[in-house]
Write a protein that binds this ligand. Sequence first.
Ligand code: AMP
Ligand code: GLY
Length: 468
Amino acid sequence: MRWLVVGGGAREHAIALALARAGAEVAVASSQANPGLERLAAISSRTEPTDAEAVVAFATRAGARAAVVGPEAPLARGVSDALRAAGVPTVGPEREAARLESSKVYCRELLARRGVPGQPRFATPTTPEEVDRAVPSFEGRFVVKPDGLTAGKGVRVAGADFADPREGAVYAKALLVQGERVVLEEQLEGEEFSQMAFVTDSGIYPMPAVQDYKRALEGDTGGNTGGMGSYSQRDHLLPFLSSADRDRALGILEKSVAAIRAEGRSYRGVLYGGFMMTARGPFLLELNVRFGDPEGINALTLYEEGDFSELLLGVAQGRVDPNLLRFRLRATVVKYLVPPGYGGRATGGGVVSLDEAAIEADGVHVVYGAVEAAGPGTVRLGTSRGLALVGEASAIHEAGTRVESALRHVSGSFYVRHDIGTAADLERRRERMRQLLAPGARASPLPLSVAAPDAPPSSAGPPEQLAG
Ligand code: AMP
Ligand code: GLY
């Protein structure tokens, strides 16, 4: 069968690769020509993914039987509503449900109203006076978030982005003056992780947990980015995430879906919780209504058994066969090659040469992002994340070593975080978690009311043992 993939980045390339492995054909609607997608697609069109009318017209012309919408912006603009109205079953929530991601105010207020656990304390001030009244209650430890889609770049965190609470207040007031709404929330301490799930009419179906590296530079320094790379662990947990805590996170996602349903909305697609694993359990930082990028690349790489096309069609139609949820028990590491300066002022235009056959021979896959073809074996970088290399092994650090080794087949001017998924980096994260959990660690006065999880069981297993 033929699928329409909306969007042209690495996440969409990974979706298309998984569909192609299942024998499906792919039609691609994207604003730029992604060399990986162009090579794979039966038909493609330079169509603006947020232009619902143009996307529907292309779906019809391409003879697509179903569609999957990759990025958040088309979902926020109602592209899945338009596709469904045209009779195309679609993976991606309707516009009103996509507000869970496109409006942080809507999301927090809805989840609070419906009693969804795992929420940090927050305020949604609407005037400068309300900002001044709210700020002292956070005792200097808070985060300021603009309401709308900012690709993770508008959020400012105490300590990292502002030293004095007054600076945070000034930023919040400036957003209000610009007509933007704003969320102030309690600053949480811990390790971040991403938990994605397929959502159907009858329940949620989890994917492996993933940790994304958001900061541009090694050692988690530098600016916030869309994600420089990510890893997943063989047992689908993470070095600092137990099976019980993952189930609590899934419980939070399930209750979030119940909350949006209680508003009269349907949800067929992917829901992705950005969580902070804290000493008080997992807390929700944000909800996204799509696959993560790069997190989706980790999960989709692990989907090789079963039929991905059938699974996605089930999601689009609201009902899946749980036997199709087959992610291999392997660890993965994704590393993005980005233009120099990415995360600050990126210098695009550099040419990168790669010997893809040699990389694949090393057991590493190339997923194409924001690059354009520049001749045989060469691509030109834009100002965003360029190429993702994905390695797989039984342990995370081995998967990372595979990617590092494959980098010898790539040359040009680019930056890559070499510390993603190394044994030393994973140990640092475990140690940070141990310190947070240690008796006498700064206890928070806020209660956590995560109810007993009623989520599907996760694949439990011993934490990954690292050699050295
Ligand atoms: P968001 O777009 O809401 O995921 O925020 C972007 C980044 O800001 C997250 O990946 C975290 O690193 C950080 N962040 C967001 N909310 C909080 C919070 N409540 N406490 C600490 N850090 C946060
Ligand atoms: N990796 C972060 C995101 O997909 O939003």
